[in-house]
Ligand binder design. Structure first.
Ligand code: FPP
Length: 246
């Protein structure tokens, strides 16, 4: 390990390894301007591009964005179509930008409920970005934590029923490997925009020890500087993981 002194402006406190963001406030952003909700979602997609780039520049190894929840299907059909259209557009047209950022894309969520062309776009985008290694970008689409936990339990229960797994061998690692996020480190910083202070069925298992940072900025206005502020807040927190600290 290098013992060279840190540059005077370097921050010795480790930053987050995995930043997850609940992107919220697109509708309010549009409403405040007398625009249709889709205009807020479009500007939200611009913010996604900015934040992916900013996270790469800030050296964040893993970024996860909550784009569409299992509950979002209850929105009016037009809005659901608009959101699916934006996701399609992103998966088809952002590949060069993702490559420039060295971003490896992974989509997390239940693909069964998605249109077949989106499922194909997801597989293509994942394989075309597989070789990128600067930042892992996970986009949650048709994702809900309770559904994820239930499918993990079912899959483990099937292995027990089949005699392939003994129930006392189900530990945290085994459970983690049955989740949709298998192999992804737990988020250590969870940001929610727009002033709402809820988890909304997002990565309930994985966020067990995440620092929660709620910011008032609406998602379409969010950018690299807001990300930096949230990381500064993370660095100020003392993380104890249930212990007493140092
Ligand atoms: C929450 O705002 C935002 C969403 C439900 C969708 C997030 C989608 C995007 C940012 C755009 C597409 C994503 C990608 C990855 C290209 P809201 O509509 O709930 O806002 P409100 O609470 O103000 O009504």
């Amino acid at each position: 390990m290098s013992t060279a002194p840190l540059p005077a402006n370097a921050d010795p406190t480790p930053g987050p390894n995995h930043v997850a963001i609940i992107m919220d406030g697109n509708g309010r952003w549009a409403k405040a301007r007398g625009l249709p909700r889709v205009a807020g979602h479009r500007r939200g997609a611009d913010a996604v591009r900015r934040v992916v780039r900013g996270a790469g520049e800030l050296g964040i190894p893993v970024l996860t964005l909550f784009a569409f929840s299992t509950e979002n299907w209850t929105r009016p059909a037009d809005e659901v179509n608009d959101l699916m259209g934006l996701l399609r557009h992103y998966l088809r047209n952002e590949l060069d930008e993702l490559r420039r950022n060295g971003a490896r894309l992974r989509v997390i969520g239940n693909r069964e409920g998605l249109a077949s062309d989106i499922v194909r776009d997801i597989s293509d985008a994942e394989s075309l970005t597989r070789g990128n290694s600067r930042i892992d970008v996970n986009i949650c689409i048709n994702y809900g934590a309770r559904a994820e936990i239930l499918q993990a339990i079912r899959s483990l229960a099937r292995q027990v029923e089949a005699g392939e797994l003994s129930s006392d061998r189900i530990d945290e690692d085994r459970f983690e490997s049955a989740l949709l996020t298998s192999g992804v480190p737990d988020p250590d910083l969870l940001i929610r925009t727009s002033g709402e202070q809820r988890i909304s069925n997002f990565m309930l298992w994985q966020c067990a020890y995440a620092e929660l940072v709620f910011v008032d900025t609406l998602w379409p206005d969010f950018g690299k500087e807001h990300l930096e502020q949230a990381i500064a807040e993370f660095r100020r927190r003392e993380r104890r993981y249930g212990g007493v600290g140092g």
